[in-house]
Design a protein around this ligand. Structure first.
Ligand SMILES: [Zn+2]
Length: 187
């Protein structure tokens, strides 16, 4: 997957359940970073054994805040488990990642969502309907959070030396499936 562009430059594709083939071994090959308030098993959109996915969740699937939880999870996943994939997964209808994040009691934690609202205000305000606007914001956020991973030297090193792949997903609970956001332009 190529991800080196600015947040708006992505395409969407439905995630096939065999996108990451199971090895049928109880060994982690995916680190899945999701949102705490999902309330559904979005990891099951991939046809993998439970032992093949380790999950880190926090409010709003944020990994750009440099907190110890995500830093430790990345360290463990990359250097101990040596996962081959990192999935950053947002979800439509997220109660945290939406246009009113600036009014949230945890707006400090959600600061990057607010930055996106500001940076893309012109575009977002031209999308008809709050539901569709929030959908676009969820996608922008998942995409930009995955991008922030690619800014990390340890991730780039793992990509080069171990073939690590980074994915930006959004879960659609109405359809029970994920879409992957991707770029088809080489860096
Ligand atoms: Zn959420």
């Amino acid at each position: 997957m190529t991800m080196s562009l600015k947040p708006t430059q992505y395409l969407r594709s439905r995630v096939a359940s065999n996108l990451i083939p199971s090895r049928n071994l109880p060994k982690a090959q995916v680190l899945w970073i999701g949102c705490s308030d999902g309330g559904f098993a979005e990891t099951k959109t991939l046809d993998l054994l439970p032992e093949e996915i380790i999950v880190h969740s926090n409010p709003g699937n944020v990994l750009s805040n440099d907190d110890l939880g995500i830093a430790s999870t990345l360290e463990y996943a990359l250097n101990v488990l040596q996962v081959k994939h990192i999935v950053v997964c947002g979800h439509y209808d997220c109660r945290l990642v939406n246009m009113s994040a600036s009014k949230s009691p945890i707006r400090g934690w959600l600061r990057d969502v607010n930055y996106l609202c500001e940076d893309y205000r012109y575009e977002l305000e031209r999308i008809e309907g709050l539901t569709e606007r929030n959908k676009r914001l969820v996608e922008l956020h998942a995409w930009s959070q995955a991008q922030s991973l690619l800014d990390m030297a340890s991730i780039r090193k793992a990509q080069r030396e171990k073939g690590l792949e980074v994915h930006a997903f959004v879960y659609d609970s109405a359809k029970g499936e994920c879409v992957e956001l991707f770029s088809n332009i080489e860096p």
